[in-house]
Write a protein that binds this ligand. Structure first.
Ligand code: SAM
Length: 251
């Protein structure tokens, strides 16, 4: 233990997610449907998954395109899991795990054909992430970014209060599309992740992990917060959720 409460909190959050395939809500069939409708990528595409966790997106992308994928995360434990999973899936030769900060990549401008980021852009703020990542993309580059979004015009008070505290930059799809436009992208399409994907692929495995966790004060704090988040989602999954924004560089 480091003694620093912020570090202890992040370590506890990472611990509770250890071994779970998805570190946030998502679904392979849903992602494959998005991929199957993307514009064709150039031969030998340069692909990146930013905030990759243990590789839910990266492994799918590598298999789908049979091309190398640079997979970036700043949680070393998740990068270690990705290495193991890549080996298990026989995709080791295509996955390039990178332990680093997705906001400070030293890649050449105009070098990426497809940038994927699932459940991670909010850590930088959606518009800030897009602004940083825009220059990495080629002239025809595509970005697929999921972002927590309002689905309804009227937001009930408990949901509004929760998100005001947790992520005050949350916006509806129209506002997020404007943000994408301002950051140098056109919006090709938007896709809402179905609520079943949250439960089946994320909250259920995470709940199991929470039941088995060795409890400490900081682990209990994280569990309480995750349970609050789940209870809110149970009540208001028609009000908010993840939208995947399929974006192309705007000339
Ligand atoms: N995309 C993965 C998935 O869907 O399973 C992980 C999603 S998880 C909700 C968000 C991830 O972003 C975490 O793995 C976290 O470590 C990573 N992350 C947050 N900020 C980051 C940063 N600045 N640089 C790199 N990774 C970051």
């Amino acid at each position: 233990m480091s003694g620093d409460p912020q570090t202890e909190y992040i370590d506890a959050l990472i611990d509770l997610h250890r071994g779970i395939e998805r570190k946030g809500p998502g679904d392979n069939a849903f992602s494959l449907n998005i991929l199957s409708n993307l514009p064709t990528l150039p031969p030998h595409p340069q692909i990146a998954d930013l905030g990759c966790g243990s590789g839910a997106g990266a492994l799918l992308l590598a298999e789908y395109y049979q091309s190398p994928v640079m997979a970036v995360d700043f949680a070393l434990g998740f990068i270690d899991e990705l290495k193991i999973r890549a080996k298990q899936c026989e995709l080791e030769h295509l996955i390039k795990p990178i332990h680093g900060d997705m906001a400070k990549l030293d890649w050449a401008d105009g070098s990426i054909d497809l940038l994927w980021s699932e459940g991670a852009a909010y850590n930088l703020g959606f518009e800030q992430a897009l602004t940083i990542w825009r220059s990495l993309l080629t002239n025809t580059g595509i970005a697929v970014i999921s972002e927590m979004s309002w689905f309804a015009d009227h937001v009930p008070e408990p949901a509004a209060l929760y998100w005001q505290n947790a992520y005050p930059m949350i916006a509806n799809e129209a506002e997020n599309s404007d943000r994408a436009h301002r950051s140098g992208f056109k919006v090709i399409s938007t896709h809402r992740l179905p609520s079943q994907a949250w439960w089946k692929n994320y909250y259920e495995p995470l709940s199991k992990q929470m039941r088995q966790a060795e409890i400490s004060p900081v682990i209990q704090l994280v569990i309480d917060e995750i349970e609050e988040e789940m209870n809110l989602f149970e009540r208001f999954s028609d009000i908010y959720g993840y939208t995947f924004y399929v974006l192309q560089v705007r000339q």
